[in-house]
Design a protein around this ligand. Sequence first.
Ligand code: OSB
Ligand code: MG
Length: 385
Amino acid sequence: MTVPEQSSPLPELDPVELEEVELHRVSMPLVRPFETSFGRQYVRDVLLVRVRTGDGEGWGECVAMTDPVYSSEYVEGVAEVLARYLAPALLGVRTLGARDVGAALGFVIGHRMAKAALETAVLDAQTRAAGVSFGEYFGAVRPEVECGVSVGIASSIDELLEEVASYRDAGYRRIKLKIKPGWDLEPVAAVRSLLGPDALLQVDANTAYTVDDIDHLRRLDDFGLLLIEQPFVEEDIASHAALAAAIDTPVCLDESITSAEVAVDAIARDATSIVNIKAGRVGGYLEAVRVHDVCRARDVPVWCGGMLETGVGRAANVALAALPGFTLPGDTSGSDRYFAEDLTESFVLVEGRLAVPTAAGSGVTVREELLQEWRSQPVRYLGHV
Ligand code: OSB
Ligand code: MG
């Protein structure tokens, strides 16, 4: 299957001279535990990639989690594949831009989150040197983006309602509830009656159901949901198509969408009528822009997913979410929804929106004193070839 190049090709920028790749590992406590159908998380185990170039540097945040429970990638595995294969391959090319990264790393199958982190660091270095912001580079059409918030599984309905009410009061424009078997109809009904019929409400199952649950999931149609996200396993496009045919609530894929080609296929098979775009999951922001473009060409709305990123990853997500096809609020929440203090300037919600950074590159600056303070492992230097 072939997918056309993006409608408006990304700008041509001067390449950079890649001199060093560093891995930084930081442990950041979450302001509240985050529970999904695959487990409860108390801390964000962050892996950052820094590239040093002839005349500057760039940062990329890896979205992989500590354990391979959302996707097959996990932080230690990412560090290993970066150190053993990806960084040496890129350092061997040496003079390159973000557009060259995909081809240079194509000999490694999969490992998209690892590739994305490295490509983003190169893109950051390249755009900083060129004085171009990520928003300008990607083709942003808005100075700010509408924000939603992803709400974890709570220990009681009362606790859930309290959390949802606090986000509503903070101005979030859309609520997403994590669901799993045994935590679905009741919490959704309670939140719908709290928020009223007009509030934007959606659910995310993170693959917790099977095709035998279709009749049960149809009962979600009573709650006027914007969408149901990824009820079945990543590889099972057919069951999502079967659900989409049986239910009025739109089906939206997250985990399944690993590239623009897969997005085209899932849309053609009527398995998804809305797409969650996460750059890490598809191998980088360049591929994320392609996913946006193929969805837009098919009138499929997209929204920007999140992976509990620090300001480093959030900055890039907010820039991506400013593209024209992102017509639904994303999981681009304010820094304070995740962390007491962010690794960069904080992202602060104003009337339910976040501003797209305008400075060159990602537009944010890593606070190196905090990196030092929160570091969980020594820096790994991969540049000595
Ligand atoms: O499925 O969207 C998901 C967080 C970690 C892993 C997977 C998911 C999520 C979220 C949180 O829903 C989104 C965010 O606020 O970053
Ligand atoms: Mg999801």
